[in-house]
Design a binder for this molecule. Sequence first.
Ligand SMILES: NC(=O)c1ccc[n+]([C@@H]2O[C@H](COP(=O)([O-])OP(=O)(O)OC[C@H]3O[C@@H](n4cnc5c(N)ncnc54)[C@H](OP(=O)(O)O)[C@@H]3O)[C@@H](O)[C@H]2O)c1
Length: 197
Amino acid sequence: MAALNDDANTDGVVLLLPLPAHIRQRIVTDDLRPEKDVDGLGSRNAGNLLLGFPSFIPSTADAMLAVLRDADLSVAGSNAVVVGRSNIGGKPVALVLLRQDATITICHSYTQDLASITRSADILVVSTGRPGSITADMVKPGAIVLDAGINTVNGKVVGDIDFAGVKEVASFLTPVPGGLGPLTHLMLIRHTLLGPQ
Ligand SMILES: NC(=O)c1ccc[n+]([C@@H]2O[C@H](COP(=O)([O-])OP(=O)(O)OC[C@H]3O[C@@H](n4cnc5c(N)ncnc54)[C@H](OP(=O)(O)O)[C@@H]3O)[C@@H](O)[C@H]2O)c1
């Protein structure tokens, strides 16, 4: 990491997760200089995002913002429910939506009666790593649904949402594959070129 930190020709470093079990992610991400931490995984960038200061936003969260912006979908004042609270998925998504003036609820594996909460969402974001976590009956008609999941089931890549069912209910739904995944890669390039936002 020291070599990459000091290399004037390296503008950004992306850590491919998960790391092998014997390497502590926190130590590696915090060894990386914040200005090269283009996926925003280190404490400095995560802290700045929490505090509302310029930071590198984790690329999946930034991809979601880009989707909402490009589709001209309004966020301010909406009820946003985020299912999943990982440091790379749910937490940063919740913070960027809060920054855009949504009212946020974060759900996780201990959440009671998940469906009653997800049905209140104008914007529903799902990052559980569990295919089929969200079915049509858990979605408010007309909701905007963003699926961060990337899972392989019987050799096919699928998201965390039951796509076939939910597309009949949602007004906007990101597909998997071909949805947030490719955009996430673009965000990493964008961050490397433009710096923190
Ligand atoms: N689009 C992209 O570029 C991108 C980037 C990163 C990850 N991903 C994908 O996104 C998915 C999630 O990744 P991750 O790293 O966030 O996963 P993770 O670290 O395993 O976290 C999963 C989260 O979902 C919660 N959860 C699991 N099952 C649940 C359930 N039935 N009801 C409610 N909450 C539940 C967990 O709750 P607890 O905290 O209580 O355990 C946890 O907070 C994966 O499919 C991954 O491949 C995509």
